[in-house]
Design a binder for this molecule. Structure first.
Ligand code: ZN
Length: 477
């Protein structure tokens, strides 16, 4: 019922008033007067292992993949599938969810027959799937623009704000830039260039023990993945051996719990049958099936963000454990704030809640799932951009840089190398102030030269402290 704009939840004849904005209250009934422990599950739904599947570039087959996993829908071959489902650990069906890593500029010229439509993707997002930022152009020298332009475009089209990215090709500049503009996870096969100067942080084998995810990891989460280049037997068996089996076999209820990641470019025609075979392989694996979590990249990483940032307080009132979850410290860019807890030391007799979208629980295992979506995700158009270079011009042995607002900088190299470089030239020094800066070179700057700035090596920043992002191959006019 709605009373003066405030929602009240009626359960077991007890009305619980809606708590303050960003707060969730659980009243957990216990079978005895005791003080049980309530801890976050290592994985959402207390799953034991996970696989993330990411399809890049928006091919038309993405929609058939969704129809196969979701079930009950006729794919383009005229087949209807049963779908693949586990449970939420509390008896409710839970579908497998994928990530669509999309570019916006190539989609502007899309042919409907070649790409999945936004309206089709909308069905998948409603089913819990997620988007990932694959940059605006799938190329480009201005790394901030590539990320932000695509983020804005997807938001404008869909209302979904991306907080993970997939590096196009194996381009440099994103392991640097993406975490600086709030991205929680960067996925890639991580070739030579894409780690930038952070190769020591890259999870090269494509799987991570989720017990090792802490704030430091989330600050620059460079998650490797394996890739179905084609769906022939060599490739698919290779990925079973290199990723799927180690992820599932290496996980156990009491030891490590691995999440692995696999990329692909859709699965059209002949590939689609083999894709189905591989999904069934994962489903039927002893540690697959209902032990498996298959979230979107964003759902995955936001679970750990929520786990780290939520403020949880507990108190006992007779045989009731009252839990307050304060989400006001969370980044408003986030969407998924679901939490899974394990209650130990008592048996749950019932749960009343307020402020959450839904709560499910299992009296036998002590699992409690709290579902909460942020209904007012921050609009990326309202974000303050970092200082940007708007022009680079040749002037004898110099490249003159014009910024859109004043910056300061004092560090031009570190142990990893020089922050500034100019193609076919040697940088001697960088001088200037405010919005005007000069790269001083050893010889005249040739027509067609490009300059680069690697943000991980310099300290260029605005007066507000916002760091200048990487430019790799900025054309000098
Ligand atoms: Zn791509």
């Amino acid at each position: 019922m709605i009373i003066k704009g405030r929602r009240f939840i009626l359960k077991d004849s007890v009305i619980i008033p809606e708590p303050e904005e960003n707060k969730i209250v659980l009243r957990i009934g216990l079978n005895a007067t005791t003080t049980p422990s309530l801890a976050f599950a290592d994985m959402k739904y207390n799953k034991q292992a996970g696989i993330m599947l990411v399809s890049d570039d928006g091919y038309a087959s993405d929609f058939d993949i969704y129809k196969f996993l979701e079930g009950g829908l006729v794919d383009k071959y005229g087949n209807t599938h049963t779908g693949i489902r586990g449970t939420d650990g509390c008896g409710n069906p839970l579908n497998w969810r994928m990530t669509w890593a999309l570019t916006s500029a190539p989609r502007d010229v899309e042919k409907a027959s070649d790409r999945t439509l936004w309206s089709e993707y909308a069905d998948t997002i409603a089913a819990g799937y997620g988007y990932s930022n694959h940059t605006h152009d799938h190329t480009g020298y201005d790394k901030y623009y590539q990320l932000k332009q695509n983020e804005k475009y997807i938001f404008e089209k869909t209302g979904y704000r991306t907080r993970t990215m997939v590096i196009p090709t194996a381009d440099a500049g994103y392991s640097d830039t993406a975490p600086n503009v709030g991205y929680l996870m960067v996925g890639s096969q991580f070739g030579l260039d894409s780690p930038d100067d952070y190769a020591d942080l890259v999870i090269f084998n494509g799987r991570i023990d989720v017990k090792t995810i802490n704030q430091t990891r989330l600050d620059r989460f460079l998650m490797g993945r394996n890739f179905y280049v084609t769906f022939n037997n060599d490739d698919t068996m290779g990925i079973r051996n290199a990723l799927i089996n180690p992820t599932l076999d290496g996980s156990s209820s009491s030891g490590s719990k691995f999440m692995g990641m696999i990329g692909m470019h859709g699965a059209a025609d002949g590939d689609f049958t083999i894709f189905q075979r591989e999904m069934n392989y994962i489903k039927n694996h002893p540690n697959g099936g209902d032990k498996l979590w298959m979230p979107s990249m964003q759902e995955f990483v936001e679970y750990y963000e929520t786990k780290l940032d939520v403020v949880k307080t507990e108190k006992i009132e007779g045989n009731t454990l009252v839990v307050e979850l304060d989400l006001s410290t969370l980044d408003t860019a986030g969407l998924n704030r679901d939490m899974s807890f394990l209650l130990n030391g008592a048996t749950i007799t019932g749960i009343e809640y307020a402020g959450a979208d839904n709560v499910t629980y299992n009296s036998t295992t002590g699992l409690i799932n709290v579902f909460k979506k942020n209904q007012s995700v921050r609009n990326p158009y309202l974000d303050t951009p970092p200082p940007q270079i708007i022009e680079a011009t040749r002037n004898g042995n110099k490249v003159n840089l014009l910024y859109d607002r004043p910056i300061t900088q004092s560090q031009f190299s570190n142990a990893k190398g020089a922050a500034y470089s100019v193609s076919g030239n040697t940088v001697l020094s960088v001088t200037g102030s405010g919005i005007d800066w000069t790269i001083n070179c050893s010889i005249p700057v040739a027509v067609g030269s490009e300059f680069s700035y690697k943000m991980g090596r310099g300290n260029a920043k605005g007066v507000d402290g916002m760091l200048v992002c990487s430019y790799l191959g900025f054309p000098v006019g």
